[in-house]
Write a protein that binds this ligand. Sequence first.
Ligand code: ZN
Length: 140
Amino acid sequence: MNTRGLLQRKNMALENYNCVLCSHNIEESLLHLFLACPFAVQCWNTLNLQAGAFVDPFGILDSFRRQLAVPFFLEILICMSWAIWSVRNDYIFRNRPVSLQRCKQIFKDEFAGVILRAKQPLCLFFLFPEYVVVTSSLWF
Ligand SMILES: [Zn+2]
């Protein structure tokens, strides 16, 4: 994944290699962008996931797996990562403001698509019971 940190190591000239999702002036690495950035932390918190004391990415992801305790945890982690990446790209390429609400909406839309394809609508109920009521017509 071409984070700004990776682009710098590939000698691509950019004005800035720092994360655009926060104001911490930290190079945009995979670990920072998806797990350590305060914006990413907020995004995971919307799913009631906390990284805790883990500092390595695999420890954090394993912690998320244990906190979710559902067989489709990987789909959840991928959809939220995609939502964070989408908000980042929308800011860089479309000048859209960074928004936690938008990240949550992208996650919901992506995850709803995953569940529809998996034909397991009850999975969504675990995370967003109010959302299932609103979109229940999709399954009938
Ligand atoms: Zn950041």
